[in-house]
Design a protein around this ligand. Structure first.
Ligand code: SAM
Ligand code: SF4
Length: 344
């Protein structure tokens, strides 16, 4: 462990650059495919989860993340499933925080449903986490229960409060759902902005069998934006986070509103990210079936040479972009993996 002072910047011997010249600096890690909720657009009610024996241990996840950091990753996001339901997950956060202290990592963050945040917020802040994304689609307790199948809105609100009290910046992510929260988006935005939280809206992506029709859920954000623009003054802002969201400033609230539109806007040109699953599979594109097994090279030797070459090979094959289409004829997902496996 370091002394907590920022050290010299790490020497990245060979940065990860894909065939389209995009340098990979952002890693998203699904630490578990399990979740304490069952949002209907994400999982079926009777999801089958991965056998525990297939999962990487927390120590292996740390090693894998550290290998990516040594190859130039500067931002790391833990996700899932629900990252905070993985047993002992804070030991992983705590051990990864050494990369923040050494200056190798700029940011360690997570995406959470907020249900366990009241318990973990302070510890996260103590580990150097500065921001969290909390997914929340509605402020109506009945709708929340309907969307998540059994979730309690109050727990999430308490989690958000605890995060704010611990000094964490909170961004709210909401999936726009036809006939469900469409009407509530203005009030959700006003609530978030009133608490100084940005809101990002997400289009439903066709990932994984969920036992319900996707077409019924999908509402294009272009439509949501047009409706908002009748009520609010939206001004495009340049937000250089390299992510897929496009942001506007809302004059009336002073807050920031983001749109993630995989279905209507292709955001792949500036993609700087890759994802690993809790079984050590590397996905270089959220919207393609490509996959590289990193568990085998990780376990094959104690040093990282094999692992590093496997990562290089996979980055060398990163696809140019995705092509999400809701298959209207067969009403089936265009990517068979669930978002909870890849990590949203
Ligand atoms: N459990 C955590 C949470 O809900 O924030 C982290 C994992 S969740 C898979 C990450 C994000 O993916 C959430 O904001 C969720 O709303 C979103 N998501 C899940 N399935 C989706 C889908 N089919 N289309 C679009 N977004 C989805
Ligand atoms: Fe769980 Fe997040 Fe998927 Fe909802 S979106 S079921 S909270 S993993």
């Amino acid at each position: 462990m370091s002394d907590g002072l920022p050290g010299p910047l790490p020497v990245v011997s060979r940065p990860m650059v894909d065939p389209f010249g995009r340098t990979i600096t952002y890693l998203r890690v699904s630490v578990t495919d399990r979740c304490d909720l069952r949002c209907f657009y994400c999982m079926s009610e009777d999801m089958t989860f991965l056998p525990k024996k297939d999962l990487l241990t927390l120590e292996e996840l740390d090693r894998l993340c550290s290998a990516f950091i040594a190859k130039g990753v500067r931002k790391l996001r833990l996700t899932g499933g629900e990252p905070l339901v993985r047993r002992n997950v804070m030991s992983l956060v705590s051990s990864l925080s050494r990369h923040l202290r050494s200056g190798a990592l700029n940011e360690l963050t997570l995406t959470t449903n907020g249900s366990q945040l009241a318990r973990f917020a302070q510890e996260l802040a103590d580990c150097g986490v500065r921001r969290v994304n909390v997914s929340l689609d509605t402020l109506n307790a009945d709708k929340f229960r309907a969307i998540t199948r059994w979730g309690e809105l109050d727990k999430v609100l308490a989690g958000i409060e605890a995060a704010r009290a611990a000094g964490l910046a909170v961004k709210i992510n909401a999936v726009a759902l036809k006939n469900l929260n469409e009407d509530e988006i203005p009030s959700l935005m006003q609530w978030a902005h009133g608490l100084d939280m940005a809101l990002t809206l997400i289009e439903v992506m066709p990932m994984g069998e969920i036992g319900e029709g996707r077409i019924d859920q999908y509402v294009p954000l272009s439509l949501v934006r047009a409706r908002l623009a009748k009520q609010f003054t939206l001004t495009d802002i340049d937000d250089n986070t390299g992510g897929p969201a496009r942001y506007v400033r809302v004059a009336e609230t002073g807050g920031k509103l983001g749109f993630i539109t995989p279905m209507t806007h292709n955001f792949c040109e500036s993609c700087n990210r890759v994802r690993i699953t809790c079984t050590g599979t590397l996905h270089t594109c959220l919207g393609q079936e490509d996959a590289a097994d990193l568990r085998k090279p990780l376990r094959a030797s104690a040093d990282d040479e094999l692992l590093s070459s496997a990562i290089d090979r996979a980055i060398g094959l990163k696809p140019k972009g995705h092509d999400f289409i809701i298959d209207r004829r067969h009403n089936r997902p265009s990517v068979s993996r669930h978002m909870s496996v890849t990590g949203g």
